[in-house]
Design a protein around this ligand. Structure first.
Ligand SMILES: Cc1ncc(C[n+]2csc(CCOP(=O)(O)OP(=O)(O)O)c2C)c(N)n1
Length: 340
């Protein structure tokens, strides 16, 4: 189980990603706020905990692959990549303009972006190909593909799902951002897909259902997915579109919307309140912990001296060996040593 310190830190990172999102959008700029903010916790867990990435060498051959099949939500990926230092945050001001590099959908010219996506339904096919290539190259790395629940109506995606099962692609984790809204309204009205879980299971996938805003559940699901052999795993994450922006939560209008000055300030206040809540929760679990902490403290305390002794024994042996060597020279030196 991941320790509470790591979980708290990841929660703070998710909040920072939402702050970055707000910085990118500012006042009056149209952008995909809803489907980006629903992914903040998942993206934080992937980039800042689970995935092996290298900001100094974005194409490092030993990296894990992140594919945002619902490419319109790329702002949340930019938020993470900038936070990791793939490019400076000064790029935020130029997002979605030809003066900058950060376009409205993923573009491979941007450091950290693996594929051009956004035409919905294609990311899983790309991911299956990448996962098979990694297997051929005998690389231990994983591929993560994030899809939207609205996106699940795309036929190509289910061809990829069948191929992933057929070829036993177990080095791929699919994640469905199940926020129940599409661009213009509820997924259930536009193209209802009942029993999403059963459908993935019918396609042979291992399915894990979680609350996509609970960091503990996200991290545990990602860990569990990594241990499954022989079949691909999909995490169905129950989320809220617009999560964290109080005025946008559950509202399709913010799928691709802009903020008024008042909403901008409201979002800042929302985030300050969320930061306080994270601190309070962390303090609470720290107060609850003492019994566990004591037990945890006892173990290493009991073990360490034994280990230390063993470690201390080794270097002691060396001087013994030296002594034998020292014995050879004149008895004068030995006498001098005794005196000293
Ligand atoms: C092939 C294709 N058809 C239509 C669109 C237009 N489009 C962009 S976003 C979107 C809704 C996607 O809904 P969902 O996958 O649930 O994303 P989320 O709500 O999480 O943002 C649509 C239909 C597209 N990008 N690609």
């Amino acid at each position: 189980m991941t320790d509470t310190g790591t979980i708290t830190s990841l929660k703070k990172t998710a909040l920072q990603l939402r702050r970055n999102l707000l910085e990118m959008l500012g006042v009056g700029k149209v952008g995909h706020l809803g489907g980006s903010s629903s992914l903040a916790e998942i993206v934080a867990a992937l980039y800042f905990h689970k995935m092996k990435v290298n900001r100094n060498n974005p194409k490092d051959e030993n990296r894990d692959r992140f594919l945002l099949s619902k490419g319109h939500a790329v702002l949340i990926q930019y938020a993470a990549l900038a936070e990791l230092g793939y490019f400076p945050k000064s790029e935020f001001a130029k997002v979605k303009s030809l003066a900058g590099t950060l376009q409205g959908h993923p573009d491979m010219k941007i450091p950290g972006i693996e594929a051009v996506t956004g035409s919905l339904g294609q990311g899983l096919s790309i991911g299956v190909g990448m996962a098979l290539a990694l297997r051929l190259d005998k690389k231990p790395n994983r591929v993560y593909v994030i899809m939207g629940d609205g996106e699940l109506s795309e036929g190509q995606l289910w061809e990829a799902a069948m191929a992933a099962w057929k070829f036993k692609v177990d080095n791929l984790t699919g994640i469905v951002d199940c926020n129940k809204l599409q661009a213009t309204g509820p997924t259930s009205e536009i193209f209802e897909i009942p029993d999403i879980e059963k459908k993935w299971k019918a396609f042979g996938w291992n399915v894990i259902k979680i609350n996509g805003h609970k960091m503990e559940e996200i991290v545990a699901a990602l860990d569990a997915a990594g241990k499954v052999r022989g079949v691909p795993t999909v995490i169905i994450a129950n989320t809220v579109k617009g999560k964290g922006f109080s005025f946008a939560e559950g509202k399709a209008a913010f799928h691709n919307g802009s903020l008024t000055e008042e909403q901008f300030r409201q979002a800042q206040a929302d985030f300050d309140a969320a930061a306080l809540a994270i601190e309070k929760e962390a303090a609470k679990s720290a107060v609850k912990k003492p019994a566990v902490k004591k037990a945890a403290e006892k173990k290493p305390a009991a073990k360490k001296p034994a280990l230390k002794k063993a470690a201390e024994k080794k270097p002691i042996k060396k001087p013994v060996a030296k002594k034998t060597a020292v014995k050879k020279p004149s008895p004068k030196k030995t006498a001098a040593k005794k005196r000293g």
